[in-house]
Design a protein around this ligand. Structure first.
Ligand SMILES: C[S@@+](CC[C@H](N)C(=O)[O-])C[C@H]1O[C@@H](n2cnc3c(N)ncnc32)[C@H](O)[C@@H]1O
Length: 310
C-alpha cells in the first residue's frame, strides 16, 4: 500500500515544502521510531536504563531532548512490564521536546489545557517532581479515561484532572498559572505516518475550522498565565492557518505577549513565517519553529513560546 494524499494537500505541500516533498512522503511511508523517557517519579534513570540493558535493549539518547531515548529493537517497550509499571513512557521525541520548552521547575503551577491522553502532562509532572500543582484538562470524557490511567500508572500525586471546555477554562482562573501548555487539537499532518486518513481527507477548510478553535484555546490559556509566566503553544501540523495565524493574532492583541526565541539544539527546523500566501503575520513569528519529519527523523510539530511580560 502507498500513501494517499488529497489533491488539496499535495498542492499545499508542493508550494510549502518545494523540493522536500519526496522526503516528506517518504517519512509518511515509514513508522515513527520508538522513543521513551524514564519516569523518574517511579524509578531512578540509571537504575531503569540498567534494567533495560539487562533485557537486551539497545538504548541511545535522543540528541535534541533532555529526557528522551531511542530503544532497539522496536515494539518491545510499549508492551513491556516496565511500561505497565510506569517506569518508562513511550512517547514521540519531538513531543518530549515541546515539554522541555516549558522550563518546568519543581513547585510551579502548571495548566495543560488540552491534556489527554497525557504524554506531555505526565512529562510535566515528572519535571515537577511531586512539588507544585498540575491541572490537566481536556474536553473529551473518553480521552480523559486514558489521561487518568496514564497519570495513575506514572504515579502523579500532584495532578488534578478537569473536564472542561478549554476555550473558557482560562477566563475562570485568570493569571493563576506559572506555566501553560496549549497543545491544541489540529489537522495532525505532522503525524500522518500514524494515520494516513488525515492525509487523504485534508482540505483547506479543515485548517480554517481548526484555526478558530485553536485561537480561542490559546487566548483562554494566555488569560490563565501569570505575569512573567511561560506559555507554549504547539500543534503536530504544518499549516500556517493553524500556527502562525493563531499565534500572531495573540501577539497583536496582547501587548504584553513576548515571543521567546526557542534555542533548539541538535535538530534542524524552519523558522516560523512572517508571511504566507498574501497573509502577513507578526515579525515575531520568525522566533517560532516548524519541525518537519525529515528534520526530526520522527514527528512534525509547530511550536511557539510566549512569555507574559510583567
Ligand atoms: C493534540 S491532543 C493533546 C495531546 C496531549 N497534550 C498529549 O501530549 O498527550 C489535543 C486534545 O485537545 C482536546 N480538545 C479538543 N477541543 C478541546 C477544547 N475545546 N477544550 C479542551 N480540550 C480540547 C482533544 O480532546 C485532545 O485530547
Amino acid at each position: 500500500m502507498s500513501v494517499k494524499i488529497s489533491d488539496d494537500l499535495l498542492s499545499f505541500f508542493r508550494d510549502f515544502v518545494g523540493d522536500r516533498l519526496d522526503d516528506l512522503i517518504y517519512c509518511y511511508s515509514k513508522p515513527l521510531p520508538e522513543a521513551f523517557r524514564v519516569n523518574t517519579l517511579k524509578v531512578r534513570k540509571e537504575v531503569c536504563l540498567e534494567l533495560l540493558k539487562d533485557e537486551g535493549l539497545d538504548v541511545v539518547p535522543v540528541p535534541f531532548t533532555v529526557d528522551g531515548f531511542y530503544a532497539k529493537p522496536e515494539g518491545v517497550l510499549s508492551v513491556s512490564l516496565w511500561h505497565m509499571l510506569g517506569y518508562v513512557y513511550v512517547q514521540g521525541p519531538v513531543s518530549m521536546l515541546i515539554t522541555d520548552l516549558l522550563e518546568i521547575e519543581p513547585g510551579c503551577r502548571v495548566l495543560d489545557l488540552c491534556a489527554a491522553p497525557g504524554s506531555k502532562a505526565t512529562h510535566i509532572a515528572q519535571k515537577q517532581a511531586g512539588k507544585g500543582v498540575l491541572v490537566a484538562n481536556d474536553v473529551s470524557r473518553t480521552r480523559l479515561k486514558a489521561l487518568a490511567s496514564n497519570m495513575q500508572r506514572c504515579g502523579v500525586v500532584n495532578g488534578i484532572i478537569t473536564l472542561a471546555d478549554g476555550r473558557r477554562f482560562g477566563y475562570r482562573h485568570r493569571e493563576f498559572f506559572d506555566r501553560v501548555l496549549v497543545d491544541a487539537p489540529c489537522s495532525s499532518l505532522g503525524i500522518g505516518m500514524k494515520d494516513w486518513t488525515v492525509l487523504k481527507y485534508w482540505n483547506p477548510k479543515t485548517s480554517i475550522r481548526l484555526a478558530r478553535l485553536q485561537t480561542n484555546l490559546l487566548f483562554s490559556g494566555y488569560s490563565a498565565l501569570k505575569k512573567g509566566g511561560i506559555l507554549v503553544y504547539s500543534t503536530c501540523t504544518f499549516h500556517p492557518y493553524e500556527n502562525e495565524m493563531v499565534v500572531s493574532s495573540l501577539v497583536e492583541k496582547h501587548g504584553d505577549a513576548e515571543v521567546v526565541q526557542l534555542g533548539l539544539q541538535n535538530i534542524e527546523f524552519d523558522n516560523g513565517l512572517e508571511e504566507w500566501n498574501q497573509l502577513r503575520f507578526s515579525s515575531e513569528m520568525k522566533k517560532t519553529a516548524r519541525i518537519f519529519p525529515y528534520q526530526s527523523g520522527a514527528e512534525g510539530f509547530y511550536v511557539a513560546k510566549i512569555r507574559k511580560r510583567g
